[in-house]
Design a protein around this ligand. Structure first.
Ligand code: ADP
Ligand code: MG
Length: 633
């Protein structure tokens, strides 16, 4: 008996919907793509409750006649391609003909559309994947698609949705991205009844960026217009001094399609390698244009990724395009990247930190070299350690690696001897640290302490992060109980936020307030920071740190990356605030500050781990050192 069923259309659509429509933002993406393809010059996106209860996209594009409007909901119904060959030379966003069918399979959809020469519009309504109604209606030229009750019929998928605030943020971030690449279209974004973004639609990309991100971002961008072997790179690259805490503002488009690409990201990192600190990300809008045949866009159901026929050509295009624009290396050498070449940094304003780091790294290498030399006198065969001490990107690495014993023992075992994980309730070790004496600093990162027979190395950043983490945690309680443990800023700091950041802050305003960030919403995309948690104020920071506004943006970036569910928001806020406010590796502190830090660490419930669980210090004994130097066996 035959066991294979050919699934009916409704079931097929529901399965497809699972691939194409992952969350509310996927609906927005498909609908806006359709509006763009329809030649609209104005697109309005409205949504409610993170898009879960309502998404409505209206455009003034060409519209559809009645027959096409009905067909548009059929799977693989498209006006954009005729045969498979066409997908290598696309001029449209859509081509798979499955978006409307998929959306109708997982929500309630109403579509109203009218072409310019039609007397009346057409209304089509789908519910539970079935056509419910079709009739004439009055309408303006263009198309309006209204999607309600997303995933109401798919409980499993519904369960995976994040908080409304998070889904909202995804939608805002997507619309920003689409508005930037379509500067000829006026975009309006309306969230829960309130307009939160609009772009001029005058065809100028910088103006669109200005409208979305504000003056500061727009003025920190350098234009790119570059060509290499028939490939083009246009757009903007941020000055190295203007960085963010994650990649959310690194936009990549291929033939006007927003995509993610590891190749392009790697090229961006390479381009800025010498001038931007680790874990900091310059902003960029990279529009890559590839002639027909050079790219396959049909590799991802949501069209979020593409396949390049020549990855290395794309890498070089991006690397040189950015370097030429940002570092003005107009030396005509465009064919091959010169790996060692350090870009000339013309704009160093505000970049003191990244420049400061380099001498530190060099001195570490020198220190490591010296240690190696000393060690080599004891033991001629040092090839093994040499290999291990190759300079790693992580500047903290050498100290531990150099100490690694050149023995035949498995290195894990050796490390075990050096670092014994103390238990939280065990106070002996921290008491011992407290009563030990200050010796000095290593690499401006580790505090060296010594007792009668032991040596301690304290990671200044990890230790301070722990201190602040516990302080935040307990002060949050004070704040809740009516205490006002916040520092009011003498001059409120005005911050321009992007639409998605603004959306995140507005949706979490109470939490920020509860925690000690007093924020006023000043404009559509502007906030005034009036107070910050007291634990981040100068005296607690041991040394002065960046402006509260900079710290706030960094905290925001980290929070956006880390928080997906309500319960994590607080922990993350505390963790990231502690981490950002803490002194960093390579920050020079005084002996008094080091001692004060250790006594504060002593007060902690868990003095042994930073907020992220890494060790704050470790102990090694004099006997251990004697063994290493073969004074004793
Ligand atoms: P695709 O975009 O891949 O062709 P869709 O399911 O998104 O598939 O849309 C199916 C068809 O419906 C499109 O090819 C287009 O002809 C028509 N269509 C959808 N949305 C619009 C719109 N906003 N304006 C005009 N036509 C539209
Ligand atoms: Mg489409």
């Amino acid at each position: 008996m035959s066991r294979i069923n050919v699934l009916d259309q409704k079931t097929a659509n529901a399965i497809k919907a699972g691939e194409v429509i992952e969350r509310p933002v996927s609906v927005v993406k498909e609908l806006v793509d359709n509006s763009v393809d329809a030649g609209a010059t104005s697109v309005t996106i409205e949504f409610q409750n993170g898009g879960i209860s309502l998404i409505r996209v209206s455009d003034n594009g060409i519209g559809m006649d009645k027959e096409d409007a009905l067909k548009s909901f059929l799977i693989h119904a498209t006006s954009k391609i005729k045969s498979a060959d066409d997908i290598y030379d696309l001029t449209t966003q859509g081509f798979r003909g499955e978006a409307l069918a998929s959306i109708a399979a997982c929500s309630d959809v109403t579509l109203v559309t009218k072409q310019a020469d039609m007397d009346a519009g057409v209304l089509i309504e789908y519910k539970d994947g079935e056509l419910l109604r079709q009739c004439e209606t009055s309408a303006d030229k263009g198309t309006v698609v209204c999607v309600e009750n997303l995933f109401a019929n798919m409980p499993a998928r519904y369960k995976f949705l994040k908080r409304d605030a998070t889904e909202s943020m995804y939608i805002c971030a997507l619309v920003e991205k689409l508005a930037v690449i379509n500067p000829h279209i006026t975009f309006k974004l309306i969230k829960d009844g309130k307009q939160i973004m609009s772009t001029p639609g005058n065809g100028n990309m910088r103006d669109a960026i200005y409208a979305i991100y504000g003056k500061e971002t727009a003025s920190n961008l350098v234009q790119i217009d570059y060509e290499l072997n028939g490939l083009k790179l246009k757009g903007f690259a941020g000055k190295p001094s203007f960085v963010r805490g994650n990649r959310s503002m690194q936009y990549v488009y291929v033939n006007d399609r927003p995509i993610k690409s590891a190749t392009v990201t790697a090229a961006v990192d390479e381009a800025y390698k010498a001038s931007v600190m680790k874990h900091k990300y310059p902003i960029c809008v990279l529009c890559i244009y590839i002639p027909a045949g050079g790219v396959d866009v049909n590799v991802h159901p949501q069209k979020a990724e593409v396949k390049f026929s020549d990855d290395s050509a794309i890498f070089r295009l991006t690397l040189h395009g950015i370097r030429n624009a940002v570092f003005e290396q107009k030396n005509g050498n465009v064919s091959e990247p010169v790996q060692e070449a350090q870009p000339v940094i013309h704009n160093t304003t505000g970049n003191a930190k990244s420049l400061r780091e380099k001498p530190a790294a060099r001195s570490e290498i020198k220190a490591a070299d010296n240690l190696l030399k000393i060690l080599s006198e004891f033991k001629p065969d040092i090839s093994k350690i040499e290999k291990e001490t190759e300079v790693k990107d992580e500047t903290e690495a050498p100290v531990v690696e150099v100490l690694e014993e050149p023995s035949d023992k498995p290195s894990e075992e050796a490390a075990e001897e050096l670092i014994t994980e103390p238990r939280v309730e065990d106070r002996e070790l921290i008491d011992e640290l407290l009563s030990s004496e200050f010796v000095g600093f290593l690499f401006a990162t580790y505090i060296i302490m010594q007792s009668d027979e032991a040596v301690f190395l304290v990671d200044q950043h990890a230790a301070h992060e722990r201190v602040l983490y516990e302080r935040f945690g307990s002060r949050r309680k004070d704040i809740k109980e009516g205490g006002r443990d916040i520092e009011t800023l003498l001059i409120p700091q005005i911050l321009d936020l992007s639409t998605s950041d603004m959306s995140f802050v507005t949706d979490n305003l109470d939490r920020f307030k509860e925690f000690g960030f007093d924020i006023d919403l000043v404009g559509e995309r502007q906030i005034a920071l009036r107070a910050i948690p007291v634990a981040t104020k100068a005296e607690d920071r041991l040394k002065s740190m960046s402006k509260p506004s900079v710290m706030f943006t960094q905290i925001l970036d980290d929070l956006k990356r880390e928080t997906s569910s309500t319960s994590h928001v607080w922990t993350s806020l505390i963790q990231t605030t502690a981490c950002k406010a803490a002194i960093k590796a390579h920050d020079r502190i005084t002996k008094e500050e080091a001692l004060s830090l250790i006594s504060q660490l002593h007060e902690c419930n868990d003095p042994y781990h930073c907020a992220h669980g890494r060790p704050t210090f470790f102990k090694t004994s004099e006997t251990e050192l004697e063994k290493r130097f073969k004074r004793i066996v």
